[in-house]
Design a protein around this ligand. Sequence first.
Ligand code: URA
Length: 469
Amino acid sequence: MIGVPLREGADIDGFRAAVRMLAARKAPPDSVSWCPAGESDLFGEAPVETAPPVGLPRALGELIRLVVCHSERERYALLYAAIWRVLNGERALLEIQSDPLVHRLETMAKSVRRDLHKMHAFVRFRETHDPDGTERFVAWFEPQHFIVEATAGFFVERFRSLVWSILTPVGSLHWDRANLTVGPPAQRCDAPEPDAFEEAWRCYYENVFNPARLNPRAMRQHMPEKYWRNLPEATSIAGLVQQAPARAREMMAREVAERQKRDPLKAVAAMAEQGPQTLEELNRLIAASEPLTPGANRAVLGEGPMEPDVAFVGEQPGDQEEREGRPFIGPAGQLFDKALAEAGIDRRRVYVTNAVKHFKYEPRGKKRLHKRPNPGEVKRYRWWLQRELSFVRPKLIVAMGGTALLGLTGKPHSVLKVRGPIELDGRAGYATVHPSYLLRLADEPAKREAYDAFRDDLVAVRRLIAANG
Ligand code: URA
């Protein structure tokens, strides 16, 4: 019997080396005993490094990478049994789904994949400070399998410029902006206390993961409201969920800002060069861009579900939107919400964004007075808007006001002339007025009439959506 000691956890390197050696010796699976390091001698006389590599089908390599992370003790023996069969005449073994060994390995791989996804999605960082004052984000997570090291690349890539630690009962990861250290297992009490955002984060991430995809309907499905009353945080859950995207974005924006500080040109240029591949990447680019007015707080990103029936495009965020980081929540937003509700459109099911992502204003004492973006500025943002909509993929786009029309078509239009169904850059669209236009009307009857017409436009939009199925 050949004893193969492997270190605790997912010892992919040890397993690979062992497979080479065992294959070189033509050792059948039943002659091998896989055991934790320290319980046996390794291979007697031959040093591991001298064994030649073993050529395995790519799919098997991928399966090995996942299954070594599984918590089942038998994992190495099962993998080696499959490798042995592949090397001994059953090259297409993995294609035989009915084979009990293949089925078992696939099931294990699926479980690991799910665990990886959960860890990517549910790690919650909380802000702490090291004794020397360094800001450190610390998370506690309990994976089902030995996946901690396998997730390191994901978190390094995502939060490269922050100092963070992920603590788990099977090992820990520490990143100091340059080096990754794999540390020993930790205990829950080593991590900071959860804060009030915990539940909101959990629901939010479980259902949306991508911060740009808030999906309260899915959230309710996941955790129906009837359970909320038994949750201590239930009274604040709605507010917390509302704030969760902003918190996620804040952390992401911080990451981008840190990257820029350290390597101003490379950080954004790298992403800009190949172009953002996802809405999340695009949003990071936007969040890292220069505001229109120096000193402004942040870019306001679009908000809502992906592939919605309709996306509404406004002009630019206002004062309140910019402070809170969400589109259409100030006075114009409230009027918009009212008209949407009266037209029978659920705001939570639509995507809402702006042609220009920054608040342009003129400081006046403590006030910030809205300034209309000029055509050059609107066109600068047009590329982003086009990318954004190509990721979001709404069935219909509603342009609210002239700036939205300019951003969506690249050409100036008089809203009152083109009002109604319109093609926007080859996509199905609808043009209407901007809700702030209604707020600016001084004459009450004219205001009421304009509001009714706006609401009727939204009713027409709802009918178009229904007609398009
Ligand atoms: N006006 C807009 O165009 N967008 C907002 O988000 C708020 C007001």
